[in-house]
Design a protein around this ligand. Structure first.
Ligand SMILES: Nc1ncnc2c1ncn2[C@@H]1O[C@H](COP(=O)(O)OP(=O)(O)OP(=O)(O)O)[C@@H](O)[C@H]1O
Length: 215
């Protein structure tokens, strides 16, 4: 009887595991210094594979930039609400940057998964450390700027940063690049020199790994 039960339990476990795998394919996580081109690459990927990927919208306590839409670019929230939600364990990852908290809620991951899409996340280094070893087993891609000078130029030309926030982003970039280039931290490193070339390299990685049947 006991042996029989063990066998049934084992079969149930296998079914459960298979169902879990079927429901939650490995997410695709992007990380890289601010201005390295994550959003640009992600946007292209989403345009080319609209039915396959769903972007998880992060929460943030920072103020919206001109043109940013709540629920599309971020869920804009206040510090107290965010603090309570974190306390309730509603976030799979979060990080503080420049006095503001950013995070991905379990709810947004669930929303994407329910649509039958692969979760796509754009998160910072601290967030990667938190999601890397979860059961989600994400594919992690690091977007590397071609040089620090080029990174600065792109941030300046984007015209989204004050001189102060520009310096903060540049200072953080050094640390992020060291983390990005450390062996085994990422499954793929893309140097975003030429956008077309970088995108093609990303797409090849995605097709050969993230979109394979056993993902
Ligand atoms: N390969 C490239 N060559 C030249 N410019 C680029 C390239 N990739 C991105 N850019 C430009 O660099 C700027 C920064 O890119 P983007 O906003 O995608 O960076 P990001 O990593 O998403 O930044 P953040 O983390 O601050 O959101 C944008 O103005 C974008 O158009």
């Amino acid at each position: 009887m006991n042996r029989q039960l063990c066998r049934i339990e084992r079969i149930l476990l296998v079914i459960q595991f298979r169902t879990f795998k079927m429901q939650t394919p490995r997410p695709l996580v992007f990380c890289g210094p601010s201005g390295s081109g994550k959003s640009t690459l992600v946007k292209r990927l989403m345009t080319n594979f609209p039915d396959r990927f769903g972007f998880t919208v992060s929460h943030t306590t920072r103020a919206p930039r001109p043109g940013e839409i709540n629920g599309q670019h971020y869920y804009f929230t206040d510090k107290e609400t965010m603090r309570k939600a974190l306390e309730n364990g509603e976030f799979i990852e979060h990080a503080v940057f420049s006095g503001n908290t950013y995070g991905t809620s379990y709810k947004t991951i669930e929303d994407v998964t329910k649509q039958g899409k692969i979760v796509l996340m754009d998160i910072d280094m601290e967030g990667v450390k938190q999601v890397k070893n979860t059961a989600l087993k994400p594919w992690c891609v690091f977007v590397q700027p071609p040089s620090m000078d080029e990174l600065r130029t792109r941030l300046v030309e984007r015209q989204t940063e004050s001189p102060e926030s520009l310096e903060k982003r540049m200072a953080k970039a050094h640390e992020e690049i060291s983390f990005g280039l450390e062996p085994n931290n990422f499954d793929k490193i893309i140097v975003n020199d030429n956008l077309l070339r970088a995108y093609e390299e990303l797409e090849k990685f995605v097709i050969e790994n993230v979109l394979t049947h056993d993902n």
